[in-house]
Design a binder for this molecule. Structure first.
Ligand SMILES: CC(C)(COP(=O)(O)OP(=O)(O)OC[C@H]1O[C@@H](n2cnc3c(N)ncnc32)[C@H](O)[C@@H]1OP(=O)(O)O)[C@@H](O)C(=O)NCCC(=O)NCCS
Length: 172
C-alpha cells in the first residue's frame, strides 16, 4: 500500500503544453471551451494521481474562468498542482498560460479548480496523504480550500448550508 506520508504541493506539479489546432476552435477561431475543460481535467487528474499514487476520478469541477480567448495556433501550457487534500478527496488548481510567439512571455488565459477522489480498483474511496504548502500562493490556496469544499458540497446537496461553518464566516 502507498505511504500516507505528507507530500509537498510541488511534487504533484504537472505541466502540459500543446498547440491549438483548427478542429478544436469555435466560430471565432479560438479554443472551444469544452476542449479546454478536457485538457484541464487531464492535467489535474495527473497531478492528483502523482500525489495519491492511486486511481483518481473527477468528483466535481468547482470553478472555471475563461479569462481571455486562445486563438488557433497558440501554444498553451497548463500548470496543475494539488492545493489541499481532505480524507479521500483532493483539490487541484490549474492555471492556463498562452505563450507569446515572439517574446516567449506567458499570459494567463484561464484557471480552474477541480475535485478528485482517490479510489481503489473497485471504485471505493481511499485515504490520501496530506499536502505541505510551501510558497505564499500554495499557502493561500490551501487556506481557501475548506471553504471551497463546503461550497461544492452545499451546491451538490451533500451538506446542509447551516453546517458549512467555514463558508459562513465569509458572510459574518
Ligand atoms: C466521486 C465518487 C467516488 C464519490 O463516491 P461516494 O460514494 O459519494 O463517496 P463519499 O461520499 O465517501 O465521498 C468521497 C469524497 O468525495 C467528496 N465529494 C464527493 N462529491 C463531492 C463534491 N461534489 N464536491 C466536493 N467533494 C465531493 C466527499 O466530500 C468525500 O471527501 P473526503 O473523503 O475527502 O471528506 C463517486 O461519486 C463517483 O464515482 N462518481 C463518478 C466519478 C466519475 O465517473 N468521474 C468522471 C467524470 S464523468
Amino acid at each position: 500500500m502507498e505511504s500516507l506520508q505528507p507530500k509537498t504541493a510541488k511534487e504533484s506539479l504537472t505541466l502540459l503544453s500543446d498547440i491549438v489546432m483548427p478542429g478544436e476552435t469555435n466560430p471565432l477561431n479560438s479554443l472551444f471551451g469544452g476542449e479546454l475543460l478536457a485538457r484541464m481535467d487531464r492535467a489535474c487528474s495527473i497531478a492528483a494521481r502523482r500525489h495519491s499514487r492511486s486511481i483518481v476520478v473527477t468528483a466535481s469541477v468547482n470553478h472555471v474562468a475563461f479569462v481571455k480567448p486562445i486563438p488557433v495556433g497558440s501554444v498553451v501550457t497548463l500548470e496543475a498542482k494539488v492545493t489541499r487534500t481532505f480524507n479521500t478527496s483532493l483539490e487541484v488548481f490549474v492555471d492556463v498560460w498562452n505563450e507569446e510567439r515572439k517574446t516567449g512571455n506567458k499570459i494567463k488565459v484561464s484557471e480552474g479548480i477541480y475535485t478528485f477522489v482517490a479510489v481503489d480498483e473497485t471504485g471505493k474511496p481511499i485515504v490520501v496523504p496530506e499536502i505541505i504548502p510551501e510558497t505564499d500562493l500554495e499557502k493561500e490556496r490551501f487556506e481557501g480550500a475548506l471553504r471551497r469544499k463546503q461550497l461544492s458540497l452545499v451546491l451538490s446537496q451533500r451538506m446542509h448550508p447551516q453546517e458549512a461553518n467555514e463558508l459562513k464566516k465569509l458572510f459574518d
